[in-house]
Design a protein around this ligand. Structure first.
Ligand code: ATP
Ligand code: MG
Length: 402
């Protein structure tokens, strides 16, 4: 029986003059995420966005919307149609409101015994009935009726199973029973654009999700080394990009051909420096792509101390070849925290499928953990860096995933 979704945003409220740009971006993102389901009316009222739709699509709309950065929570709701000012709310209207509240409760609450509580937010003070009175009377109307059907229902004001909310804002009355949490943060694109270095592992998709949550629009780059890394590894990356697109819209994935670069590194550079040099090559290419795409930063899934290359010295060795800032959202996160989030966002099951990582295929016995910049730069001179990058980009594949 729902006919709208109430969407709440949090941090955007703290924005000053450009608050409307953030809200405008969020509305665009909502629109984009649901466009294939139909044409829906979106309205805004003080601190809220309302998405109007038929009840048959509400659950699907809600499922998509609660993924969008910038949204703190969303509630499927019904509005109580009152064709006059709320200050003229009559006894007759009150009777109808009680009936509507009861109907909503009965449609939504199926499992008994359970407990509930009615809570009113009377933002519009011209509504004549005060909140405590409304809570008590609507609550009692629901309770008596359900009890008359011999179902076990209780009022619990501290820890109810169901919180029945009534919101009276700007001359309108809304009823709802659920608040679904969103990720919070800022609307995608409101912070600009960046390029995610996306491998098939657990970490980088989570790093990408964090970047989306802070309002970055992302593209992705995946370095592919056939035949050392298989088609299957590439499929994983594609699926991970699709998962991320549920949060941030379509994602352009660029797949440079990395085989020749790796072969040359293994052939021409000392074994213990191969990983460091390989990462520097990735970062050089990523910089080149990002600059052409209009992206202002790179994002990686690195976490301090997690593997041999993720030391401060290792980070310095990659930063050394980057003109763009490299964002590392997971730098201080533990693996178990990352795994927990990966499960929540839906990337974990894809990430743990077996695959060959282009880093592990050529992994040296004893990689240097504290690479010294001067030495790395010197060892790299054995490579024809410019032409290797050119070849790698010539064979690059580009996909748009959603
Ligand atoms: P992940 O779980 O994200 O693969 P990891 O713990 O395996 O990370 P590394 O393999 O050292 O760590 O990679 C560190 C970061 O470098 C990754 O998080 C990712 O951002 C980037 N990266 C590694 N391999 C690739 C690749 N083949 N293509 C694109 N980016 C990559
Ligand atoms: Mg990896």
């Amino acid at each position: 029986m729902y006919n709208l979704i109430i969407i709440r945003y949090g941090e955007i409220n703290l924005k000053g003059d450009n608050k409307h740009d953030f809200i405008g971006q969020l509305i665009k993102n909502i629109d984009h995420a649901i466009a294939d389901l139909g044409d829906f009316e979106i309205t805004t009222v003080y601190g809220r966005i309302f998405l109007h739709a038929e009840s048959s699509v509400i659950e699907e709309l809600l499922r998509r919307i609660v993924k969008l950065p910038g949204i703190v929570s969303a509630s499927p709701a019904v509005d109580f149609k009152l064709n006059k000012a709320v200050s003229d709310f009559s006894d007759e209207d009150y009777k109808k409101l009680k009936e509507k509240a009861l109907k909503l409760f009965k449609t939504e609450v199926k499992n008994y015994p359970c407990s509930f509580k009615v809570e009113t937010n009377r933002a519009d003070k011209s509504f004549p009935i005060k909140s405590p009175k409304l809570n008590a009377e609507i609550g009692s109307a629901i309770l008596t009726n359900i009890e008359s059907e011999e179902k076990a229902l209780q009022v619990d004001v501290h820890n109810p199973d169901h919180l029945f909310e009534i919101e009276i804002t700007r001359g309108k009355i809304y009823l709802f029973l659920r608040r679904e949490s969103g990720p919070g943060g800022l609307p995608v694109k409101s912070s600009g654009q960046a390029l995610l270095m996306l491998s098939g592992g657990i970490d980088s998709p989570v790093a990408g999700w964090y970047a989306l949550k802070r309002g970055l629009k992302i593209g992705a780059v995946y370095f592919h080394s056939p035949p050392y890394t298989s088609e299957r590894a590439k499929e994983k990356v594609k699926e991970l990009a699709k998962v991320l697109s549920q949060y941030g819209g379509e994602i352009k994935v660029q797949i440079p051909y990395f085989t020749e670069i790796q072969q040359q590194i293994v052939k021409k550079c000392p074994e213990k420096y191969t990983i460091t040099i390989m990462r520097r090559m990735m970062v050089r290419i990523a910089n080149h792509l990002a600059e052409n795409n209009g992206q202002k930063a790179l994002i990686t899934g690195e976490s301090l101390g997690q593997v041999a290359s993720q030391t401060l010295e290792g980070i310095q060795a990659t930063d050394d070849v980057s003109t763009l800032p490299i964002l590392r959202p997971l730098i201080t996160a533990d693996k178990n925290e990352i795994i927990k989030l990966a499960k929540k966002i839906g990337s974990y099951e894809i990430s743990i499928r077996p695959y060959e990582d282009c880093c592990t295929v050529f992994i040296p016995e004893e990689p240097v953990t504290k690479p010294i910049l001067k030495i790395v730069r010197a060892k790299e001179e054995a490579l024809k860096i410019e032409s290797l990058i050119e070849n790698s980009l010539e064979k690059m594949e580009i996909l748009n995933l959603k």
